[in-house]
Design a binder for this molecule. Sequence first.
Ligand SMILES: *Cc1c(COP(=O)(O)O)cnc(C)c1O
Length: 373
Amino acid sequence: VNLASRCDLQRTCKSAAQRTIKVSATATQESSDKVQIDWDELSFAFTPTRSMYVATCTADGEWEGSVQPYGDLSISPAAGCLNYGQGVFEGMKAYRSTKGRVVIFRPDQNAARCAQGAARMSMPSFPEDMFVEAVKEVVAANADYVPPTDKGSLYLRPLMLGTGPILGLAPAPSFTFLIYCSPVAAYFKGGQLTPIDLKIEEEFHRAAPGGTGGTKCIGNYSPVLVTQLAAKSDGFADVLYLDAKENKYLEEVSSCNIFVVKGKTIATPPAGGTILPGITRKSVIEIAQSRGYEVEERPVTIEEALEADEIFCTGTAVVTVPVGSLTFRGEKTSFCGGEPGPVTDELYGALTDLQLEKSEDELGWVVEVPGTA
Ligand SMILES: *Cc1c(COP(=O)(O)O)cnc(C)c1O
């Protein structure tokens, strides 16, 4: 199926040279206001910042965007995203590196994934070069909200939405791409590298073959809350989903991918449409391979997971987090005696050293945000 052809607005936008990204006067003026945040009190709660980036797609398929003061959106009650869930999001982080500058990690990958997700939702793609440029603009405009090195990061949330009014089920007539941000610290309480307890969920599934599990479409995330909240009330951090077809292979957690370690071999479920192709997942695979591990992208059974040496999850929000235990049908299996496993620890160190420019970035994954040093 050629999804792209289904959307009128899929027509390519003007070339990069013809586009201009305007920084609004207000945002620049306000940047002299002093930001007062207690960096030691940060959590993953939402803290609005000074500015956001907003772009709209005109009827002739051209995008126009600018950095604007952070604020509410005004959209029609008949907006496609409100009625039919026409929307995809991204998640990224800007760090203040040990070199004293603000950097982002593999933004081209988020741009490409956003475009793929938009196509799946019959939305026009936001040009990938413009995406990366917009991320840099919004980070630069909020640079004083980027926490000091090792205190956290500025979480960035790009959103692509069908915002035009539509009554019958069809793509919205117009679209909005925006990026807002929030300074954050560790995702799970307890902090970075604190092992989490997961419950294996057999009744509910996150995604099915042919569905939308492989995209960050907005509709994928509220359906997991019913299981996540139930698990949380039983003391678990989150739920581990199984494949919808046979109910015996691991898929992923509500918002992060999973890896199972046995000796020098690391297995992770294949990104074949039902799991989200994480950029952290992809990066950790490459880092592990470069350090001599055998990485296998293949179906992983529950039994195999329960016999693993260690298990960890990956995602932009969680980075890498060790799984302290898996509970299956009421029976709890612990890993590494509740401590982060050595492989998890090694890969976490390698990834974060790269992201914070503590180690040499040989692969060109770390991108400087101009004007933030
Ligand atoms: C975003 C997300 C991930 C992690 O992807 P990253 O690109 O590493 O942040 C994993 N699973 C789900 C369901 C997600 O939404």
